[in-house]
Write a protein that binds this ligand. Structure first.
Ligand code: GUN
Length: 293
């Protein structure tokens, strides 16, 4: 990435929608080839309760399945569904040949044990890559399924020709879904990775040293322009609402685009990539279950 002073031209805006469309087209091609062999990838999406954000995510996942030619089933269950009922459903889906991938939409209503449910999913159908078996495989660099959001971030960096090898990568956030697997994938790509979190001292200074800065905090306005190294690649995984209820990321975009070399917007950055990678994993799962590598 070239050197750049604040106040020069604006950062390249990475178009997540366009990159996701390309990946979905590839996945659609793979699904069509499988169809010729009589194999139909299928995704089961389980949603419990009435969280509005989860409802939107699930609708988008179903729509993407239709677009790429993946069969999908939705299990929309009421708030009061018990752990036993959910475990019984997961067990049934584990044994259902039409279903290649199972996804339990997070967060679940209070009182349900999410990790026990994830552990009940057959690791070969765990298209979120949340099962401890798949987390362990990722840790060893021998994963079958790539974690969707972090894998999407890597694809976005590649699309913008951002070199990862040897670069200083800073991930803000240490969640199981984004921060930790993101660090693993950057490391697999030979990046030098620092993970920052709520207890990190000198956060701004560490961020300013990043050639690649990935923010997965969940707080609007968290990353300001002065935290960004001129010319850096800035990836915003945040999905927040501002004071007026508008969807926004963690990064103050108007400040950051004056300093960064390239940057992802919210919406239209990482979000569409997560779903594209989920489609890819579902096709991978169908292949795996049918002995195709
Ligand atoms: N909730 C927010 N992101 C995700 C995701 O990637 N997978 C699932 N299952 N739930 C989520």
């Amino acid at each position: 990435m070239k050197k750049k002073k604040a106040g020069e031209e604006l950062a390249l805006r990475i178009d997540g929608k366009a990159v996701a469309a390309k990946i979905k087209a590839q996945v659609a091609g793979e699904a069509a080839i499988l169809a010729e062999k009589g194999i139909a990838p299928g995704l089961a999406v389980v949603i419990v309760g009435s969280d509005p954000a989860s409802r939107i995510y699930v609708n988008n996942k179903k729509k993407a399945c239709q677009e790429v030619g993946i069969y999908s089933e939705e299990y929309a269950l009421p708030e009061g569904t018990t752990q036993e009922e959910l475990l019984a459903l997961v067990d049934r889906l584990n044994h259902e040949p039409k279903i290649s991938g199972i996804l339990v939409q997070s967060p679940l209503p209070k009182g349900l044990n999410e990790s026990a449910l994830v552990e009940a999913i057959d690791p070969k159908k765990d298209v979120d890559a949340f099962h401890p078996y798949n987390v362990g495989k990722l840790m060893q660099g021998r994963q079958i399924f790539l974690p969707c959001t972090p894998a999407g971030v890597i694809e976005l960096l590649k699309s913008a020709n951002v070199e990862i090898a040897g670069k200083s990568c800073v991930v803000i956030g240490r969640s199981d879904i984004v921060g930790k697997p993101m660090a693993m994938l950057l490391m697999q790509n030979n990046g030098t990775v620092t993970i920052c979190h709520s207890r990190t001292q000198n956060l701004a200074e560490i961020c300013r040293g990043a050639d690649i800065l990935v923010s997965a905090v969940g707080k609007a306005g968290f990353v300001t322009g002065d935290m960004i190294k001129p010319g850096a690649a800035v990836i915003d995984v945040g999905m927040n609402r501002d004071e007026s209820g508008k969807l926004c990321g963690d990064v103050v975009f108007e400040e950051a685009e004056k300093v960064a070399g390239c940057i992802t917007p919210v919406p239209g950055g990482v979000g569409p990539m997560t779903i594209a990678m989920l489609m890819q994993n579902t096709v991978t799962a169908a292949k795996l279950q049918n002995g195709i590598s």
